[in-house]
Design a protein around this ligand. Structure first.
Ligand SMILES: [Zn+2]
Ligand SMILES: [Zn+2]
Length: 132
């Protein structure tokens, strides 16, 4: 896949990715449900050298997740769009930035134990009850 520009809702933040993965990790944890407005978040694991913020400066919210890990959630201060989450081991980028790219699909589900009746977990994909 060629170079792609991802944007938040208002366009204040732009990211440039050299090579997008086709598989996203859907996270159903309660934090992601809050941040997304009530569904899972769809996360792309992208090596740091392959993606960069080229416009704007996101706000940073630091917290401890249910897993016990500390992380930073970056979001647009104008429109609230989630940009990425920085974990100690990796940064995961929100697939919604690239929702114009039609061939990204869910590859795995994490925190499926936190799902509810608002959405259905596609258990045909590899599914973890908690994180991994
Ligand atoms: Zn924005
Ligand atoms: Zn989550």
């Amino acid at each position: 896949m060629s170079k792609q520009i991802g944007k938040c809702l208002c366009g204040s933040i732009e990211v440039e990715c050299d090579e997008l993965p086709k598989g996203a990790a859907a996270c159903y944890c309660e934090d992601c449900q809050k941040a997304s407005g009530g569904g899972p978040s769809f996360n792309l694991v992208i090596p740091d050298e392959k993606i960069r913020i080229v416009k704007g400066t996101p706000c940073v919210y630091k917290l401890q997740a249910e897993s016990g890990n500390f992380l930073e959630r970056l979001f647009c201060s104008t429109c609230g769009t989630a940009i990425c989450s920085k974990l100690s081991s990796r940064t995961v980028w929100k697939a919604g930035l690239f929702s114009h790219v039609k061939d990204i699909e869910v590859a795995i589900n994490v925190w499926a134990s936190r799902s509810n009746k608002l959405f259905r977990v596609d258990t045909d994909k590899q599914t973890f009850e908690k994180g991994r």
